[in-house]
Design a protein around this ligand. Sequence first.
Ligand code: MLT
Length: 322
Amino acid sequence: MRKIILAAIAVLAFGGVGAAQSFPSRPVTIIVPFSAGGPSDAMARILAERMKASLGEQVLVENVTGAGGSVGVGRAVRSPPDGYTISFGHLGTHVANGAVYKLGYDLVTDLEPVALLPSNPMIIVSKKAVPATSLKEFLAWLKAQPAAPIAGTAGAGSGSHIAGLYFENVSGIKLQYVPYRGTGPAMNDLVSGQIDMIVDQTSNSIGQVRAGNIRAYAITDSKRVESASDIPTVDEAGLPGFHMTLWSGLWVPKGTPKDVIAKLNTATVEALNDPAVRKQLENLGLQMPPKDKLTPEALGAWQKAEIAKWWPMIKAANVKVD
Ligand code: MLT
């Protein structure tokens, strides 16, 4: 009898350790809250491919879209807290959405941070038909339009939407927004000329800029992107101080065992340290997170700081969502 009791105590006391020792024993899924083919999807797939080697199990990417990414995040929040479902998100989904939607979950207390991921500035891009070869000329073209120019976004509260609101604030130009399920599909309509512009993640636009299919005017940073050094900064081009960095991250549902989180964090950091992965991401204009910001706690602190920074502006914009 004594042995049974001791065995039971051991299981109860060290259940978490048991959880991590056997984790993962089946595929892990990363929920990307935007359409395939966009910047979130691209980053998640590059990382998932390398995380497989560290975890020893398949790492799948599932696109669950809608409502500025909040549908996909909600799916992850409500999944079992066992480490097998990971929430991919960013400044839009894990900060801005909380100021735009009645989410039904709390972005901080219903999720546990895993790791900060690469970031990139936004880029102001337009359809090729716009006869502007500089940001100043583009701003003049926008102001001369008979109706509010059309900006594509990934939905209210998405990174591209917040960037659009910020652009309106600094330029004084009123935009109308067309929401997509991600900036992948928005980019298709920009290339075909259906919409006028996107304030997009650099990583999503850079390929089309290089191919000459859209026009780029400036990036929202104080320094140029190394892999796109021909594109000026907003400070150089005429919208000084319009700085915005879109960072991404991984979270799991509240209650996921700490040692499972640690295992996922290790696999993520190993992917970020892999030279081939770094090359792929940096070629997209993405910057690696600082080495001292790679712990789960660092992401948690960063997310809270970003909420404090962005919510006042977003709430002041009085974004209406149906
Ligand atoms: C955003 O605008 O929030 C993202 O770039 C959307 C996406 O990753 O598709």
